[in-house]
Design a protein around this ligand. Structure first.
Ligand SMILES: [Zn+2]
Length: 206
């Protein structure tokens, strides 16, 4: 609130100084330099400041199974080969191949805390095994979230208590409005376990 108030005040003072420059009799070069400076300042304050806000939203969960993502296998008439392919079973792209990627074309994943995770503290004897078998688990990354991109554009980072940091990469038919969020899980079991929760999330716009 304070930040946006300051920004509007700064903007008004910039507009006022712009009007003054036009009316003044200072040399042309000086006026141009001042104009450039003001443009740069307004771009810096308006474009680069990341704003974060909190909001109580309803979070549901999904995985990439046929139920959650609405796909079905091809029919098994010709040598049962088409059985391996997946097709979308509803929506505007019904019948088109199902890629398993999110709406912005990325591979969906669960958030990973990396080396300093709860798992490392709870089961420290597993660290060597994880390091040997799944070394990429030690690289922290955000989870995949589905949201209404007219409110939360792709790239919006949201912290969901009990889930971790996620980034908006997907959309969903039932995920409409600013108060809905869908969290990606690796398994349908984990998604069912999350169910439907009202949580206070922290939103960081890109
Ligand atoms: Zn599922």
């Amino acid at each position: 609130m304070v930040l946006s108030h300051l920004r509007t005040r700064l903007f008004h003072s910039l507009v006022l100084s712009l009007k003054n420059i036009r009316g003044s009799s200072a040399p042309r070069v000086m006026r141009m330099a001042l104009l450039l400076l003001i443009t740069a300042a307004s771009l810096a304050t308006g474009g680069c400041a990341a704003s974060s806000t909190t909001r109580i939203i309803e979070a549901t969960a999904y995985c990439n199974c046929s139920k959650c993502c609405e796909w079905e296998r091809g029919n098994a008439t010709y040598l049962k080969l088409d059985f391996w392919n997946k097709y979308q079973s509803s929506g505007p792209d019904k019948g088109r191949p199902y890629s398993g990627l999110t709406a912005n074309g990325s591979v969906p994943r669960e958030p990973e805390e990396g080396f300093f995770s709860v798992d490392s503290i709870r089961r420290p004897w597993m660290i060597p095994f994880r390091l040997l078998l799944f070394p990429w688990y030690f690289l922290p990354h955000d989870g995949t979230l589905a949201a209404d991109t007219s409110y939360y554009p792709f790239g919006t980072r949201i912290h969901v208590p009990g889930y971790g940091w996620g980034v908006v990469q997907d959309r969903g038919g039932a995920i409409k409005g600013p108060d809905r969020l869908d969290l990606y899980f690796h398994s349908h079991h984990a998604a069912l376990e999350w169910g439907r929760k009202k949580v206070r999330v922290t939103i960081v716009f890109p």
